[in-house]
Design a protein around this ligand. Structure first.
Ligand code: DGL
Length: 271
């Protein structure tokens, strides 16, 4: 048994979609969540920049005695997972392999779509992972960077949000896929808008579920799951505490009071 926290990172509030699953599936665990709002969007940064940010956050998590790190960001997973796994002393779980596993299980037509940031799509990390699991699978990848600001602003219902999602998905809408991976952790928050455009015949995959299962089984194998009745989740953001708390409280349905940790403070934890 180990009561140290499981730590989650994202560029912003998107990783809360993974944390939300974890809070439900692992109710006896302490957690840390860090949203790197000061550097968001990661999807428009260079791979090297995303690696640097992710390593600083990983070092901070180790300093907080985290027992496991979940990279609850597809862009950071695509860019920095192997560096994090090499450099940190704790297990590091990304979202792309679990998301690919779920997609391969779900597809019947072996035709899978993936939507994500530019960095994630350009890395072809999903395509490689999916085709490792099923070499016959056809994978269509599409960058949807315009969806992320909607989610960060908390705009999930306006006509502008609906129009933006419809325009963004236009080229994949009639491509014949039967499964669509939400390859950006911001997207499950607007899953209903995405589903409305894609139609009910397309199954949406939220990699968060499988990711939390993977983290759970790693900790179970190490006998490091906790069984506390009262647990704590600490939230950090690198910018914009008030806005982060507002959007996070709404999505998680609980009161979130985050602490500011500036990029300079975070750098001090870097190696
Ligand atoms: N949530 C991040 C992801 O899963 C992307 C958002 C960003 O571009 O920062 O890729």
């Amino acid at each position: 048994m180990n009561s140290e926290p499981i730590a989650f990172m994202d560029s912003g509030i998107g990783g809360l979609t993974v944390l939300k699953v974890a809070l439900k599936e692992l109710p006896h665990e302490n957690m840390i969540y860090l949203g790197d709002e000061a550097h968001m969007p990661y999807g428009e940064k260079s791979v090297d920049q995303v690696i640097d940010y992710s390593l600083e956050i990983g070092d901070f998590f180790e300093n907080q005695d985290a027992k496991c790190m979940v990279v609850a960001c597809n862009t950071a997973t695509a860019s920095a997972l192997s560096e994090l796994q090499t450099k940190l002393n704790i297990p590091v779980v990304g979202v792309i392999k679990p998301g690919s596993t779920a997609a391969v299980k779900a597809t019947k037509k072996e035709k899978i779509g993936v939507i994500g940031t530019k960095v994630t799509v350009n890395s072809h990390a999903y395509k490689k992972e999916i085709q490792k699991l099923n070499p016959n699978a056809e994978v269509i990848e599409l960058a949807c960077p315009t969806f992320i600001p909607l989610v960060e602003k908390g705009d999930y219902t306006s006509q502008l949000a609906k129009d933006t999602v419809a325009a963004g998905l236009q080229s994949i809408k009639d491509s014949g896929i039967d499964t669509l991976v939400l390859g950006c952790t911001h997207f499950p928050i607007i899953a209903n808008l995405i589903q409305a455009v894609m139609g009910d015949d397309v199954q949406l995959i939220d990699p968060g579920f499988e990711t939390v299962n993977v983290a759970k089984s790693i900790l179970a194998d190490k006998n490091e799951l906790n069984n506390a009745k009262i647990t704590e989740t600490k939230y950090y953001t690198t910018e914009g505490v008030t806005h982060f708390d507002e959007v996070a409280s709404q999505w998680l349905n609980r009161k979130v009071g985050s602490k500011l940790i500036t990029p300079d403070q975070l750098k001090e934890y870097g190696r």
